[in-house]
Every structure is written in C-alpha cells, then in structure tokens.
Design a protein around this ligand. Structure first.
Ligand code: HEM
Length: 551
C-alpha cells in the first residue's frame, strides 16, 4: 500500500497535472513558434536594414546583368555577339525580332565589352536623362573610334569638360536669333534645289534624286558653318565632297561587317584602307579651305577699315552679307585652335547634312507613296505662300514656318519610321541602376549602352499599328499621351542633337518649295528597297521618283 501510495505520489509529482496537460502543450509549442517567428521577424528586419544600408553604400541589393537575356556570344571573345548582326541586310529586322524575344532590353557581348541593347522608352530614359558625365561618355567604343580619323575630337565624340565647354560654344550658333538669320539662306538654296530638280526631270523620266538632295544639304550647312556660298564659289567641290563622304561611309561599313577589321592593326592591311585615308584627307582639305576662305574674308573686311574701299572688298570675290554670323565666327571668337576647328567643321558637316538629307529623302518617298497626305501638305504650303503675311517677295519668312504644321507632322512621322540615327551609344564610366521587369538591375561601369530608336519607334507598346504611316500620331494630344522617351530621332537629354531646330526648319523650307512646285510619285514600293544600318539609315539603292511640274 505504502509503496503504491509513494509510487502514486511520485507519479503525481512527475506527471503533468490533469486538466493542465493540453494547455501546457499548447503553451510549449506556441512559445516555441513565437520565439521562432520572433527570430525570423528580427532577422528579416535586420537583413532588410542591412540590405538598405548596403544598397545605400555599395548598391549590393541590386542584381547584375546576369538576369538579362540575349543571343549567345561567339566562342571568340573579341567577336562576341557581333556576328548575330550580320549580314547588314538583315540587321534591322533582327533587332525587331530580338525585341519580341527578349523584351525591353537584351545583353550582348560587344566587340570588346558587354553591351546592353535598349528597346524600351523607360530604360532609354534612365540612360539618356542622366546629367552625370560618367554616363555620357563615348570613349573606348569601336563604332565611334573608327570615325576618329575624320571627326577627331569633334563634339559628337568628345567628352568630359572639353565636350561641355565646346557644346556651349556651338549651341550659340543654334539659338533663336541665329535660326532666324538663316531663313534667307534656306530660301535661296531651296529655290536652287527646285531648279536642279527641274533640270533633272526635263525629260519627264523616272530618276533618283539623292545626289541633288545631298549636294543641296551640303551646300546649306557649309554656308551656315563658314558663311561661304559654295554654289557661287565652286559647285564641283561640293559634288566631290559628297563622293568622298560616300567612300568614307563605305569603308566604315566594311570594317563593321568584319569585326576583326575594327582593330587598326588588321585594318591597315585591308584593300580599302588607302581609299579611306584618301577620302578623309580630301574632306579635311575641304574644311581647311573653308577656314582659309573665312580668314581671307576677315582679313579683307579689316582692310576696309584700313582705307580699302568697300568696292575693292566686293571685288575680292566676297559678297557683303550684312549681319550674318557663321559658326566659324563663334569658334574663332571662343579661341578654338585651327586643328580643333577642322574637327568641329567635319563633325558639323557630317551631323548636319547626312541626317537631314536622309530624312528628306524618306519624306519625299512617303509623300510619293501617299498622295492623299501629299495633297494635305501642299494645300497648307499653298496657303502659306499665298498669304502676304507669311512671305516677302515670294520668300518664306521665319515665322511662316510655324504654320507648316501638317508638313511638320509628316516629317516627324517619317523620322519615327525612318530615324536616320537608327541607334546610338554610350559608354558607362559609372554604374547606373535600371528597372528591368520589376528587378533593380545594376548596370556596371564598363558597359556599352546601345539605344535603338529604330525598335522603340516600331514597338506596338507605344505606337498602334506601328508599320503604318500616320502623321496624326503627332497631333499634340496624341503625343502628350505617349512616353516622352518613345520618340528619339534626335536623342534626348544633355547629349541630344544641337541641330534639331535648325534641321526641322531646313527640311520644312525645302519640302515647302518642292511640293509647291512639283507633284511627286514613285515607281517603288517600301518592300522594294532594303534598308541598311550604314552609320545612318541608308536605302540599299536610291528611290526612284517622277516629278510633275505644277506651277
Ligand atoms: C534630321 C536631322 C537630324 C537628326 C535626325 C539628328 C540626330 C542626332 C542624334 C540622334 C544625335 C545623338 C547622336 C549620338 O548620341 O551619338 C545627334 C547629335 C548631334 N547632332 Fe544631330 N541630327 C540632325 C541634324 C543635325 C544638324 C542640322 C546638325 C548641325 C547643324 C547636327 C549636329 C549634331 C551634333 C554636333 C551632335 C553631337 C551633340 C553632342 O554630342 O553633344 N545635327 N544628332
């Protein structure tokens, strides 16, 4: 009995008291769970704090480029993914396919570093709007480097504070007053262009008009830059320049088509190496001659003050041109050296004629393909020409250009479908974070950024039925609805095109004169001519036109 009692007591001592058993278990497990949850909660809080601290300090929170997909690189590192771009006849279509396959951007192994190829307005904005000099560089990029023998350290490829200072000087030649002062010159060249077309189509035949377009746009930009009217001086020089420019472009394409030729040590053995150097030398000579013309003109104008008569000044072959100020005036006054001036002239001749000439070529082709849109443009142009408030002696005034709204919309739509600068690049000297499919991706310093307006402008994400030519997309309310970086023919941000306003005025004036004088049609269809990414967007052959005299 005793034993039993003891044993019962002991059992009572060591067993869980009745009635408390369930709660105890619950408390035990709940407590454990609570502790675990607390530990988990605290560790999450701590790790989030740490992450936040890390991302503030060293951006470790972001993921790297490994999350971004792209075509497989070639096994030879130097060639990387470049071979996917070839042949050039297929490159532009391939980029559209890649956009469908990879989305807003893709990774490619560039010629000597990793490249991020951007297909979306949102990601383009991250790079283009940055005012940080570390995000604006074009250093160490083979595609710009091969232009250096011609462009030197000109604005398009210079960088850092050198670029900043020079940009200020050159922006001065594109301010409102200066743009106004170019009106007379634009009218004069547009009339000459109409005469050249008239001569070409006197046989009522079918002709390409690209040579006439290029000569005209080259003459215009030369006069803006140097104050010299090349048609009066020596028209052949302009035609020769056009020829050398085409050779130069052709040589650069040969280098891009065979990426190993981007290495100077290999290129120097290429059969086109000599032709390239001659073309560059001849174009340099053109710029040097313009600088000499300018200096002579200045010297003569000083001599007028030293006793020479204005008559003898005029007899020296230079027309008195009132208050016209050329870009050379700006560069010389800013104390820029002769060598640097030549680099800037080369840069502005390149940037200021090829782009506008290409765009107006596509515009005339669009007008020829769409007689209904051509007619609306013509009606607007006739109204402007026939309103005395808009013309002086049959010449368009600067203010009248603002009334060519439909022409402007057609030009903008042309540049959407056919951006002459189909792609451009930046070299990141400093890392930059982007939002990629909801992830915070750090794009490291040393990455090439390739921005592709050709794809952005044709993305259904921003433009319904993107393949259709529809000028009304650029009605103010339509434009306001779109992402601001979904239209980038002139690039955007601190490194955008300095000549966009001038270029628009130039193209509007030329378009007005041509449509006022001719009805345009074509024997070609869009699909007849392949487009090449040839430095600028280039039709593989020139379009054919028929021009019928109106007035
Ligand atoms: C339809 C006409 C034009 C188009 C589509 C166009 C397009 C562009 C684009 C896309 C860029 C940026 C290129 C890059 O980042 O690599 C650019 C830059 C530039 N453009 Fe234009 N351009 C046009 C007309 C002009 C004209 C008329 C001039 C000269 C008067 C000019 C001079 C320049 C210069 C100097 C730069 C370099 C700016 C810098 O890096 O600070 N462009 N242009």
């Amino acid at each position: 009995m005793e034993v039993t009692q003891i044993s019962n007591r002991s059992t009572e001592n060591f067993s869980i008291p009745k009635g408390e058993t369930g709660y105890g278990r619950i408390f035990f497990y709940a407590g454990t769970l609570l502790v675990l949850l607390l530990v988990r909660f605290l560790s999450t809080v701590i790790s989030q704090k740490q992450k936040r601290r890390k991302s503030e300090d060293g951006k470790e929170a972001a993921v790297g480029l490994e999350v971004i997909r792209g075509p497989k690189p070639f096994f030879i590192k130097f060639i990387g993914s470049a071979y996917h771009l070839l042949p050039l006849q297929e490159t532009l279509n391939k980029t559209l396919k890649w956009h469908k396959l990879y989305g807003s951007c893709m990774k490619a192994i560039g010629v000597n570093h990793t490249a991020l190829v951007v297909f979306s307005a949102e990601i383009a904005q991250s790079f283009l709007k940055s005012g940080d000099l570390g995000h604006l560089s074009k250093d160490k990029m083979p595609f710009y480097d091969i232009m250096r023998p011609f462009l030197g350290n000109g604005l398009l490829i210079s960088e850092g504070t050198y670029w900043q200072t020079r940009r200020k000087v050159l922006m001065g030649s594109m301010n409102f007053q200066r743009l106004r002062s170019y009106t007379k010159l634009l009218n004069k060249h547009s009339k000459r262009f109409v005469n050249a077309l008239e001569k070409l189509f006197v046989d009522k035949g079918v002709h390409p008009i690209n040579v006439e377009i290029n000569s005209s746009f080259l003459a215009i930009i030369t006069e803006i830059l140097t104050g010299v009217d090349m048609d009066e001086k020596d028209h052949n020089e302009v035609a020769e320049y056009h020829h050398h420019f085409q050779t130069w472009k052709d040589c650069l394409i040969s280098r891009i088509e065979k990426p190993w030729c981007l290495l100077d040590s290999i290129w120097r053995w290429h059969p086109k190496y000599r032709a390239h150097n001659i073309a560059v030398a001849k174009m340099n000579l053109f710029a040097i001659r313009r600088l000499e013309d300018y200096k002579l003109k200045k010297e003569n104008s000083l001599k007028v003050g030293e006793g020479l008569t204005s008559e003898s000044y005029l007899n020296s072959g230079f027309e008195e041109d009132g208050n016209f100020r050329s870009t050379l005036d700006d560069l010389v006054d800013a104390g820029v050296s002769d060598v640097e001036i030549i680099h800037e002239i080369n840069t502005l001749l390149f940037g200021g004629h090829e782009t506008t000439a290409t765009t107006i070529h596509f515009y005339f082709f669009m007008m020829a393909l769409h007689p209904d849109f051509q007619e609306i443009c013509r009606k607007e142009i006739d109204e402007v020409f026939e309103n005395s408030a808009h013309t002086e002696n049959e010449t368009l005034t600067f203010d009248s250009l603002a009334n060519l709204k439909y022409v402007e919309r057609c030009l903008l739509e042309t540049m959407r479908l056919y951006p002459s600068s189909f792609g451009y690049m930046r070299y990141l000297k400093k890392s930059l974070n982007i939002d990629y499919e909801g992830k915070n991706v750090e794009v490291p310093a040393g990455t090439d950024i390739v921005l592709v307006p050709w794809v952005i402008h044709r993305s259904p994400q921003y433009y319904q039925k993107p393949e259709e030519f529809d000028p009304d997309r650029f009605l103010p309310d339509q434009s306001a609805k779109r992402h601001p970086y979904s239209y980038l023919p002139f690039s955007a941000g601190p490194r955008n095109c300095i000549g966009q306003k001038f270029g628009m005025n130039e193209m509007k004036t030329v378009a007005a004169y041509v449509l006022r004088n001719f009805e345009l049609s074509t024997t070609d269809k869009v699909e007849d001519v392949t487009l090449l990414p040839s430095i600028t967007l280039t039709p593989e052959r020139d379009y054919n036109f028929i021009l019928k005299r109106r007035l």
